[in-house]
Design a binder for this molecule. Structure first.
Ligand code: CP3
Length: 346
């Protein structure tokens, strides 16, 4: 019998002598082979919707580095597109969407049950990957969390402070909550199909959770995650879920228990020693090396990597960055991080 995959063991709560490792945005512009495939596809969205090429870029960092997990190559903004929003990417600037700010805009969206036609190529990518990945590599599917996706849908673009979404929440809470509700339902549909296609674990990216404070955090970050996770686990018993409420700060404490997540991903604003004492006590944690080390490398990279491995050694831990790797990262620093993690054994 084949031994269970290391990531799945960590997600079940096992403390491993060497933490399994993967990296957010591991398929990305810092890799020359990614840039070549992206050029072949044309633009970023054409790459996301081309199952053969999306599977190819997902596999590239697995071939180069032997990461313990592969994350499906797609984007959190494909779901709003499938709900009917226009989506395009402006080179050097980022995503643009048609905005949802009025009841009329909202009424034009499709119901959650109708997202699958647009997203079918993504499910096909998952199927190819579950055939082609090495047998010990875990396949992670993902979606954006409702709040984070809503911030892009309301503003029509990325925003430094999520101002337009906070403004809609203050001015028309019913409409704001209706958008979140549609996203909860759409996310359940989308992730459920990824699991049926072969994803072994799913991750919810709430990149802007940190801008929700107090009760807003509980209502719009925690509660939607809880509903999505409960429904996914009802449909797919035993499915492990990673939640990433980025920059949640002290709200990381108890987040896994409150939402039913098997693992929380930590950004690099929290000290690993604090997180070991306050968050890892409830189960698996993932993280949390600053992505800037992938640019700067050297002794500081080695020291911080060792510090994180040491801090989380007593419990279940998946090594990762605190956020996605950036295009200016040096691929050799990624190798140095992996070598350092795999050399620091108990
Ligand atoms: O992690 C992975 O390798 C899997 C693929 C993945 C991408 N985006 C590919 C991508 C994942 C998991 C995401 C998540 C995502 N997308 C998030 C949440 C995580 C986070 O980083 O906070 C967000 C907010 C988005 C939305 C998005 N997509 C933005 C704001 C941008 C533009 C900014 C940028 O980095 O250029 C993207 C584009 C994007 N998504 C790229 C990649 C590889 C770069 C596109 C390119 O090739 O030009």
């Amino acid at each position: 019998m084949m031994a269970e995959k290391t990531i799945l063991r960590a997600l079940k709560g096992e403390a491993l002598p060497t933490p399994p490792i993967w990296m957010m945005r591991q398929a990305g512009r810092y890799l020359p082979e990614y840039r070549a495939t992206r050029a072949q596809a044309g633009d970023f969205l054409s790459l996301c919707y081309n199952p053969e090429l999306a599977a190819e870029v997902t596999l590239q960092p697995i071939r180069r580095y032997g990461f313990d997990a592969a994350i499906l190559f797609a984007d959190i903004l494909l779901l709003p597109q499938a709900l009917g929003a226009d989506l395009w990417f402006v080179t050097g600037e980022g995503p643009r969407l048609s905005t949802i700010t009025t009841q009329g805009d909202f009424d034009a969206l499709k119901p959650a049950s109708e997202v699958h036609d647009v997203l079918a190529p993504v499910y096909e990518t998952v199927k190819i990957l579950s055939r082609e990945l090495p047998k010990d590599t875990t396949l992670i599917g993902f979606a954006g969390a409702p709040w984070t996706v809503a911030t892009y849908m309301i503003a029509g673009r990325g925003t430094p402070d999520q101002g337009p979404a906070h403004a809609l929440k203050a001015e028309n809470r019913a409409l704001f909550e209706a958008i979140l509700e549609r996203l909860v339902e759409g996310t359940i549909e989308y992730l459920s199909k990824q699991v049926e296609a072969g994803a072994e674990c799913v991750k919810l990216f709430d990149s802007w959770a940190g801008s929700l404070k107090g009760e807003d955090f509980d209502r719009y970050a925690l509660a939607p995650a809880k509903r999505i996770i409960a429904e996914l686990k009802a449909r797919h018993p035993g499915l492990p879920v990673i939640a990433f409420p980025r920059e949640a700060g002290e709200k990381y404490v108890g987040f896994a228990k409150a939402t039913g997540a098997d693992c929380v991903a930590l950004d690099n604003s929290v000290a690993p020693e604090w997180a070991a004492a306050n968050v890892q006590i409830d189960g698996c944690v993932q993280g949390n090396l600053a992505s800037s080390h992938m640019v700067t490398g050297g002794e500081a990279l080695v020291r911080e990597t060792q510090r994180i491995v040491e801090a989380f050694r007593g419990g279940p831990h998946i090594f990762n960055l605190g956020h996605g790797i950036t295009p200016d990262a040096d691929p050799e620093n990624v190798q140095l991080m992996i070598d350092t993690v795999r050399a620091t054994r108990a």
